[in-house]
Write a protein that binds this ligand. Structure first.
Ligand SMILES: Cc1cc2nc3c(=O)[nH]c(=O)nc-3n(C[C@H](O)[C@H](O)[C@H](O)COP(=O)(O)O)c2cc1C
Length: 333
């Protein structure tokens, strides 16, 4: 049974990737994921703000002079910061010893000097960079084209400073997601990750407070990414990674059938721990055996749409039949 897979031009032993999140935040946890059999890991994102803050701090320390160094450090270092840039580089170095490819992640929303950090990540041993472009156009008058251009600009800025592959992790909130994906592909993205999950703030009417909403995903959320992967597969040179809603081996199988090169998971690893990697991979092997597949290459894209497939198949036909089915199932008396 051949599970090996190519993603971003990297050879992985199988298509299961631990996506960015707390499970990949320490070298110990990464070692456990590697032992359980994961194909690759994506480190949690280093934020544009963290890189800028560290650069500012260095500058202020330099201005403060060596005599006041100790005092300045106590004022300027935020002990609660999750992964500061230098610690991040050391995490890459240690994680690279785990034996699986380590993908570093940068989260930003503006093209700027901070993107040079991608180069430091490469030098520390990252096999690839994942760009988690978290841009919420909160200016309500910003034209869609300008908002989209940021994604392309950030990608090209990062591509200019590294020689390792670069993937872009997308959200589904574009007017024409397909065209956005094709633009990123043409701009040199080596892979697209579909989709990120936004943690949006919400209002609690009982406590009269605003809080950051947070819940792990459920398999029902995978359908959006799956249908876009199936739709995009025939149009992309870039690799496609699925992210969101993996809980069982069947969820992985369905993403591969849609055309994903790799399938990522965070929520299931947080729920069940690193050993769940083995459960998922054993389940995938058992499913392939039952269905008579000898390799993931035979599975991949079996249900992807042909590049010239009719729009209606993936659009209105599915929508109308879903409404009919729901009406039959929940028919009001
Ligand atoms: C606690 C937590 C932290 C996360 N941190 C990051 C991050 O730093 N960078 C990133 O790109 N995605 C991050 N994610 C998103 C995951 O990588 C993943 O895309 C998302 O959770 C959907 O996948 P899932 O359904 O397998 O959880 C985080 C998710 C969770 C739950």
């Amino acid at each position: 049974m051949k599970l090996d897979t190519s993603y971003l031009g990297l050879k992985l032993r199988n298509p299961l990737v631990a996506s960015a999140g707390p499970m990949t935040q320490t070298a110990d946890r990464i070692a456990r994921l590697a032992e359980a059999g994961v194909g690759a890991v994506v480190l949690p994102s280093l934020f544009e703000e963290q890189i800028r803050a560290e650069a500012d701090r260095d500058e202020r320390l330099a201005e403060a002079g060596t005599d006041s160094f100790g005092e300045a450090m106590t004022y300027l270092i935020d002990p609660d910061a999750s992964i500061w840039p230098r610690r991040y580089l050391s995490l890459i170095e240690r994680a690279a010893g785990s034996g699986v490819p380590v993908i570093a992640s940068l989260n930003g929303s503006t093209p700027g000097g901070w993107t040079d950090y991608a180069r430091a990540m490469q030098d520390a041993g990252a096999a690839a960079i994942e760009l988690n472009i978290y841009y919420l156009p909160s200016d309500v008058l910003i034209p869609g084209r300008d908002a989209e251009q940021r994604y392309v600009d950030i990608l090209t800025t990062v591509k200019a400073v590294v020689s390792i592959p670069v993937a872009v992790k997308l959200n589904p909130y574009f007017s024409s997601l397909g065209e956005m994906a094709v633009r990123l592909d043409r701009a040199g993205a080596d892979g697209l990750v579909l989709f990120n999950r936004f943690m949006q703030t919400d209002i609690n009417p009982q406590t009269l407070t605003v809080s950051a909403g947070f819940e792990l995903s459920s398999p029902a959320e995978a359908t959006l990414g799956r249908s876009w992967i199936a739709r995009l597969r025939g149009h992309m040179h870039a690799s496609l990674a699925a992210s969101t809603g993996v809980e069982t081996a069947d969820d992985i199988a369905a993403y591969l059938l849609a055309g994903a090169d790799v399938v990522m998971t965070t929520s299931s690893l947080l729920r069940h721990g690193p050993a769940h990697v083995t459960v998922l991979l054993d389940g995938l092997r058992a499913w392939m055996e039952r269905k008579g597949f000898g390799s993931t290459d035979e599975v991949r894209g079996m249900f992807a749409a042909a590049a010239n497939a009719s729009q209606s198949y993936f659009g209105r036909v599915g929508y109308l039949s879903a409404i009919e089915r729901a009406t039959r199932t929940y028919a009001p008396q």
